[in-house]
Design a protein around this ligand. Structure first.
Ligand SMILES: CC(C)(COP(=O)(O)OP(=O)(O)OC[C@H]1O[C@@H](n2cnc3c(N)ncnc32)[C@H](O)[C@@H]1OP(=O)(O)O)[C@@H](O)C(=O)NCCC(=O)NCCS
Length: 159
């Protein structure tokens, strides 16, 4: 049995998807540092929390623990999904799907028509997740990422 089947047999995690707030940031930064080699800084999250055109979410367990987050921002009729991550020990239980579903609902309310994102080519989990949502690959940004240097896939979803 592979890790994914193990994970899904634990079932969907019951969490609330709430607007990301400054009080979530200590936990968000811990997840961010575990997830990425070049993590966002606290200022990056603070700027988005203050941006009225951003759609920032935290996935919060009933205990109050933050287990995932996502950040997107609107520019006219387009939006960019700039960040999405889940606490390593809570992966494979639907949290990323919940964050994406909630982000897409908010995008529709804001009349966003197209959602873009970049993802490391080698990030199979994330690419599979996005393709399941109907994102298509529209191009490559050469050497977009560092540590290690890697191309980004550019993906697009018509909402
Ligand atoms: C990518 C990531 C956000 C997925 O979060 P998650 O909560 O584990 O994902 P979910 O449980 O909601 O799974 C959603 C889908 O992702 C894909 N997926 C999840 N785990 C997978 C795995 N082990 N193998 C392959 N695909 C997987 C599947 O398509 C899955 O759909 P399914 O549950 O119907 O099979 C998480 O692995 C993560 O935080 N990774 C590090 C940060 C990152 O890479 N973020 C994306 C940057 S663009």
């Amino acid at each position: 049995m592979n890790g994914r089947k193990n994970a899904s047999s634990r079932g969907e995690l019951r969490v609330k998807y709430v607007p990301l707030a400054a009080t979530h940031l200590d936990e968000v930064l811990a997840i961010e540092r575990a997830a990425f080699t070049t993590p966002w800084r606290v200022e990056d999250f603070r700027n988005l929390i203050e941006n009225p055109d951003a759609i920032n979410l935290a996935a919060v367990e009933s205990s109050g623990r933050v287990v995932g987050y996502s950040c997107a921002w609107r520019v006219v009729e387009c939006a960019e999904l700039g960040n999405l991550a889940v606490l390593p020990e809570r992966r494979g239980r639907g949290v990323a799907r919940g964050l994406l579903d909630t982000t897409l609902k908010a995008c529709r309310r804001k009349r966003v028509e197209v959602l873009f994102l970049e993802v490391r080519e080698s990030n199979e989990r994330a690419v599979e997740l996005y393709e399941r949502y109907g994102f298509s690959r529209i191009g490559l940004r050469r050497a977009y990422y560092s540590d290690p240097v890697e191309d980004a896939l550019i993906m697009k979803l018509i909402i």
